[in-house]
Design a protein around this ligand. Structure first.
Ligand SMILES: [Zn+2]
Length: 306
């Protein structure tokens, strides 16, 4: 007959495995890019859920009730900030009833606070009638691997604070990710710098490429949207076409989730190209953030170097 202590000893590995699994840190990230960074830095110690899909406009994510479950059990919420999620995240946060992840809490990480140099910070009074104006600056910094490197470091520190037993692992992985991203950013910047200035002029659909333009040393000559989030008027579209012709800008860039018709028409009339870019890291394809950053640069280089 088996002695009681022996059966306990035999059961111990199972008990320990159970304890380890339940001790994993639950991370929820609003955007797939932030989720990708958390997955890489958190490793086997974390479970990560992304609320938005890379094919969804991050300004307008459907706050469906299924998003409440991961939020309710989250130890850490990583959001973009700068009002990007203002239209959909606040009601979810209230309904999730999770004290850990409320603004200012130990499990609330606003990635924009980790990005030191925000672009397009408006001066003076803000008028909401101007469309989606962001008083803290342009919120679309996750397209830029240099800013993502800063977020990676901050994310590593926060995970270390939440789960001190694995602090060294989080910090080491964060430094590795940040180092890799800075390397990619530097190499791509040098590659684009070798192109003549005339080839580095672009038009954007939504004003969400300002950090990429800063990273790769490009020039934004026009924006198809007259006001962010509002369909452009025919008069504005005609003005964009005129600017494209005058400045010799051939390439229009936009994320996969924006309407394409106006950009397609403009690129045809200007004898140019439309590049429909990934909206973020495609986690379902097993991509890392670095993959997304390289892909962004590669897609732009392919068109601009023609
Ligand atoms: Zn925007």
């Amino acid at each position: 007959m088996t002695k009681p202590w022996l059966s306990l000893l035999l059961a111990l590995p199972t008990l320990l495995a159970g304890a380890t699994a339940s001790a994993r840190v639950n991370v929820v990230a609003t955007l797939p890019d932030l989720a990708a960074l958390a997955m890489e830095i958190g490793g086997a110690e974390v479970d990560v859920t992304a609320l938005a899909r890379p094919t969804e406009d991050p300004h307008y994510v459907d706050p469906k009730p299924s998003l409440l479950l991961p939020l309710a059990k989250a130890d850490l919420l990583v959001l973009n900030g700068l009002d990007l999620e203002i239209g959909w995240l606040p009601p979810l946060l209230v309904n999730a009833r999770n004290a850990n992840i409320q603004p200012g809490g130990a499990g609330y990480l606003d990635a924009s606070t980790l990005v030191p140099d925000k672009l397009q910070v408006p001066a003076g009074r803000i008028d909401r009638a101007q469309g989606d104006i962001h008083p803290g600056g342009n919120p679309h910094f996750t397209h830029d691997p240099r800013r993502a490197a800063e977020i990676a470091v901050g994310l590593g520190e926060r995970l270390a604070a939440i789960d001190p037993a694995h602090a060294a692992d989080y910090k080491a992985r964060a430094q590795k990710v940040a180092g890799d991203l800075r390397g990619i950013a530097k190499a791509e910047r040098a590659r684009f710098a070798a192109l003549p200035e005339a080839k580095r002029r672009v038009v954007v659909y939504h004003d969400s490429w300002v950090y990429v333009i800063d990273w790769l040393g490009l020039t934004q000559v026009a924006t198809v949207e007259e006001k962010p989030g509002i369909k452009p008027s025919p008069g504005h579209v005609a003005q964009v076409l005129k600017t494209m012709r005058e400045r010799g800008a051939r390439l229009i860039i936009q994320e996969e989730y924006y309407p394409r018709k106006t950009s397609e028409t403009l690129s045809q009339l200007a004898s140019g190209e439309l590049s429909v870019m990934r909206g973020g890291t495609h986690l379902e394809k097993g991509e890392t953030y670095a993959h997304h950053a390289r892909e962004t640069a590669e897609a732009l280089y392919k068109e601009l170097s023609k």
